[in-house]
Design a protein around this ligand. Structure first.
Ligand code: CTP
Length: 427
């Protein structure tokens, strides 16, 4: 780290950043690398940094850099994350929003009140003070439109850290260079120092990192067993519960492999292996069976057509329709039972029991039969539970006989409760 970082670190005890939540917005420009240094400075000064990158920013700096440095993983989109309204959550919980570098596009959208991505949506959704640090070519910076937008923002109380003169992308020299990280850091310090002291009661608990470095394999979705090239036997599983487990494990620091037959967008930062049939799921899960934790949340088909017709089965002419085809089924392999039989010492194996009757008894029997450590009993026929819902009603059973019923809650809350049980067993 630079001298300036060390000097600032030395004074961190009286830091206005201590306990403050900073939304660090990074938009696309060669200066995005300076945001990495700024992030580190603010983290070292005691801030909780929540990074948001635009798509263009990711062309300049990898998200993994901010994932590793910041307090939370990078958010990039309004959609596809586990929080359905990330822009309002970020905007409401931030003590200050810093945009560095801020491109002409982000400045223009913000000034015009147009939300065209997570960063600009968060800027519009926050009431926290905002510090904007422009960076662009001289011609753009001096353009009437950009200067007009800057004045609009200034007039609304946005704090500007104006660009400096120096070398720009492509070797040009002029005004437009992002201010140095230490300059931005000082400006944000001033803004924070003006705020009332943080109320400890309103501080969210620090994110748990109790799975840091732990390899977790999760299966999700319902498998599809081909009848012919166009038809399959499937089931009603949406994959949402498995995805929630993968996301929660990731957030708690795990290295997650998600073996999935669901058509949901993959959680960021999770290794995704796409499969279709039970046999493919078996192969993919087996390839990642050396994980410390395996959670089989997938609804794996128990039967599949014994023969897959190589061509589409035709219904034939009306005269030939009397006899519908008979599809002969055969058993698939029970993946979880296989994992239980070969379970290495120290591994925690979790199953889900989708039941419609005698839920706890059936689940307890499966827990024992498959040599599991945790069984999540799921009454898929209950209102607000099971397939495709966003909520679930489950009871967590442990191999030692512990029975832990959960109230109706989100699939993410179920995921965290399951991981809590796993974490207890791993202690
Ligand atoms: N499972 C599996 N391989 C299968 C079937 C199920 O790995 N071929 C796993 C599921 O992922 C789940 C657990 O076993 O974690 C229980 O699945 P469930 O469908 O509830 O039970 P089954 O063992 O299939 O028994 P049944 O269908 O008779 O209820």
């Amino acid at each position: 780290m630079t001298d300036s970082a060390d000097q600032i670190e030395a004074g961190a005890t009286a830091s206005p950043f201590a306990g403050r939540r900073v939304l660090l917005g990074v938009s696309g420009g060669i200066a995005a690398y300076k945001a990495v240094i700024l992030c580190r400075l603010m983290m070292d000064a005691g801030a909780h940094v929540m990074p948001v990158m635009t798509a263009a920013a990711q062309r300049f700096v990898g998200r993994a850099t901010f994932d590793a440095l910041a307090s939370e993983r990078v958010k990039t989109s309004i959609f596809g994350e586990d929080d359905p309204i990330p822009h309002t959550t970020l905007g409401q919980t931030a003590d200050v929003v810093v945009v560095a570098p801020a491109t002409a596009r982000v400045i223009g959208s913000y000034a015009a009140g147009i939300s065209e991505g997570l960063l600009t949506a968060s800027l519009l959704a926050t009431r926290a003070p905002v510090v904007v640090c422009p960076a662009m070519h001289t011609e753009m910076w001096e353009h009437d439109a950009v200067q007009h937008n800057i004045e609009v923002l200034r007039g609304r109380g946005v704090r500007l850290v104006v660009p400096e003169a120096g070398r720009l992308a492509g070797g040009d020299i002029g005004t437009g260079r992002l201010a140095e990280p230490a300059t931005i850091f000082a400006a944000v310090s001033e803004v924070l120092a003006e705020l009332p002291a943080p109320d400890p009661a309103h501080q969210p608990p620090p994110p748990r990192r109790d799975f840091a470095g732990v390899r977790v394999t999760v299966s999700a979705g319902g498998t599809r067993e081909a009848i012919d090239p166009v038809r399959f036997i499937g089931n009603r599983s949406s994959g949402k519960q498995g995805y929630a487990i993968a996301t929660a494990a990731r957030d708690r620091g795990a290295e997650v492999t998600l073996v999935t037959s669901a058509s949901l967008p993959p959680p960021e930062g999770v290794r995704e292996v796409r499969v279709e049939s039970a046999a493919e799921m078996d192969a993919a899960v087996s390839a990642h069976a050396d994980a410390e934790v395996i959670v089989m949340a997938a609804a794996v088909a128990d039967f599949r057509p014994a023969d897959i017709a190589p061509q589409k089965i035709k219904k034939g002419s009306p005269a030939e329709r009397a006899e519908a085809p008979v599809i002969v089924l055969e058993h698939t392999k029970d993946i979880l039972a296989g994992l239980g039989a070969a379970k290495p010492p120290g591994q925690v194996l979790v199953g889900f029991a989708a039941e419609t009757a005698d839920v706890l008894d059936n689940a307890a029997q499966k827990l024992e039969r498959k040599n599991l450590d945790v069984m999540v009993a799921n009454d898929v026929s209950a209102a607000g539970a099971g397939f495709a819902h966003d909520t679930n009603i489950v009871t967590i059973l442990l191999a030692d006989g512990t029975v832990r019923p959960l109230p109706i809650c989100s699939k993410r809350e179920v995921a965290d409760a399951v991981l809590d049980a796993v974490a207890e067993l791993r202690q």
